[in-house]
Write a protein that binds this ligand. Structure first.
Ligand code: NI
Length: 176
């Protein structure tokens, strides 16, 4: 397994609608394993393939705390097939928008259809933080970031700050 670099917004690679995975083979499993390692390393509770430059419909999530041990969700071609009318407000963050957080309102419970690591079709119902997290990751597969759920003003403010942050990082990298 390898930990991969995470793309920071604003970046056109985070705005792409990703393609479905055709076959869950060893190459796909390798990417999924690398995504898991990248997420744990960051550390974060979820990661979508486009965040590491792979424009395929794959996500990983794990909301358990370290002391509870890992409980990873690995989903290929995830699809929301049902959502509750009840909603949940949650202060979201994103590994592609470091240091920025904002409250986003989403359905409290969703049912997801997906392929597991072995390519087997599965369906689960999730609620609370795990539901928020998985919906956030599925958004990534359609080029949607959590800031896209905010007002234009709020979104452009955060993206401008990140642009500035990226420029500073680049300067540091070249030693300027
Ligand atoms: Ni994210």
């Amino acid at each position: 397994m390898a930990s991969l670099p995470i793309i920071v917004a604003p970046d056109p690679r985070l705005k792409v609608v990703c393609e479905p995975v055709e076959t869950v083979d060893d190459a796909v499993r390798k990417v999924l394993d690398d995504m898991l390692e990248t997420m744990y390393d960051a550390p974060g509770i979820g990661l979508a393939a486009p965040q590491v430059g792979v424009q395929k419909r794959m996500i990983v999530a794990d909301i358990s705390r370290d002391e509870e041990g890992h409980n990873a969700y690995i989903m290929v071609n995830p699809e929301i097939v049902w959502e509750s009318e009840e909603v949940l407000d949650y202060e979201e963050g994103c590994l592609s928008l470091p240091e920025h957080y904002a409250e986003v309102t989403r359905p409290e419970r969703v049912q997801i259809k997906f392929l597991d690591r072995n390519g087997k079709e599965r369906e689960i119902k999730v609620s609370g933080l795990l539901s928020t997290c998985i919906q956030h990751e599925i958004d990534h597969l359609d080029g949607v970031l959590f800031v896209d759920h905010l007002s234009n003003l709020r979104r452009s403010l955060i993206l401008r700050k990140l642009q500035k942050f990226k420029k500073q990082q680049q300067k540091k990298a070249v030693g300027a």
